[in-house]
Design a protein around this ligand. Structure first.
Ligand code: HEC
Ligand code: HEC
Length: 287
């Protein structure tokens, strides 16, 4: 084996090597046009350029993206696809053809539906936005994603902004719930409890379609906050008081050199602890 990592494995090396002319010719033939073969060159690493987005346009496209038919499964594509498709459509139309965003196929986002391959874990609407954040700003994806998740956990959803958007599905004034969690299961179940509707109902699907629009809109607002070459300035600069203390003991690293006995550092991730541990009390221990 060669000591060079990936030697002989990259597409560029492959196309540039001895068999390059044949390989490139075959690719172009398979893809139809030389221009299509050109588009196969991997796009550059981020940050990718962004236009200024219109959050309301992105919201409405997110709502309709949720309902887009997935021909492979003969059902709607759902929330993750809806958010990603809406953001990409506005980004692409704002930048015009030839941007690296052209390279992303929408099919790659549909796994997020129903909380990631129907597991009820991370809300797919959130999952649809995060890859776009990573490419728009590889350095700020955590801060941007945390803003989106924080808003999602605290906002009464769905908004009423799409109540009269869809002539085919009229569900105005739907009940709202505050999920207090980024999880699909908790978000849907808390809404079913608040509304008295079934999770299999068109009411619930419409609610998730609207949340797809709501998340797409806030994702656009977050993307609009990026200034090239500058650090992203978060919408929420501090942790919620409700569980900041829990994070301090269970997540934050003890300060060196003397380990702090009360800082356990035995948990990762900072979503609302109280949702799942409502009765937890700070426990003091001695050294
Ligand atoms: C989505 C639900 C959920 C959230 C949010 C959550 N936890 Fe948990 N946590 C669990 C579950 C489930 C377990 C494992 C079952 C158990 O022991 O209660 C667990 C276990 C733990 C344990 C180990 C429990 C033990 O028995 O020793 C600690 C410590 C803990 N969580 C702290 C936290 C802290 C701190 C936060 C917030 C930063 C948090 N958790 C957020 C669901 C959650
Ligand atoms: C002052 C530090 C401190 C704070 C603040 C704190 N904890 Fe703990 N927590 C502890 C210690 C110490 C234990 C016991 C650990 C052990 O015995 O392994 C513990 C245990 C737990 C456990 C394990 C199950 C149990 O009840 O024994 C959970 C879950 C937990 N904490 C969640 C939370 C949450 C949620 C918050 C915020 C409301 C929180 N903790 C705040 C120190 C703290």
């Amino acid at each position: 084996m060669s000591k060079k990592p990936n030697a002989g494995l990259s597409r560029r090396a492959f196309l540039g090597g001895a068999g390059g002319a044949v390989a490139a010719g075959t690719l172009a033939a398979a893809l139809g046009t030389p221009a299509a073969a050109e588009a196969q060159v991997p796009p550059p690493p981020g940050p990718w350029p962004l236009p200024v987005l219109n959050p309301d346009v992105v919201r409405d496209a997110g709502y309709f993206g949720y309902w887009t038919n997935d021909p492979y499964k003969n059902t709607n594509y759902g929330c993750a696809y809806g958010v990603a498709a809406a953001l990409l459509a506005s980004i692409r139309s704002g930048l015009g053809p030839g941007s690296p965003w052209d390279a992303l196929p929408l099919e790659m986002f549909k796994w997020g539906k129903t909380g990631a391959v129907e597991s009820g874990t991370l809300c797919g609407a959130l999952a649809g936005a995060m890859p776009i954040f990573s490419l728009a700003s590889p350095a700020s994806v955590v801060e941007m994603g945390s803003d989106l998740i924080r808003w999602y956990q605290e906002a009464p959803l769905p908004s009423m902004e799409m109540d009269y958007l869809d002539p085919k599905r009229r569900y105005p004034q739907q009940a709202q719930s505050i999920s207090e969690s980024p999880l699909c299961h908790i978000s849907v179940s808390s809404w079913c409890k608040a509304s008295g509707k079934l999770s299999s109902s068109t009411d619930r699907k419409t609610r998730c379609g609207k949340i797809t629009g709501d998340v797409a809109k806030v994702a656009a607002i977050i993307l609009n906050r990026l200034v090239p070459g500058q650090k992203y300035v978060p919408l929420y600069p501090t942790q919620p008081e409700l569980y900041a203390e829990c994070v301090h003991c269970h997540v934050d690293a003890p300060p060196p050199p003397t380990p702090d006995a009360v800082r356990l550092n035995n948990s990762l991730g900072i979503t609302n602890c109280m949702t799942c541990h409502p009765d937890a009390q700070p426990v003091m221990t001695k050294k």
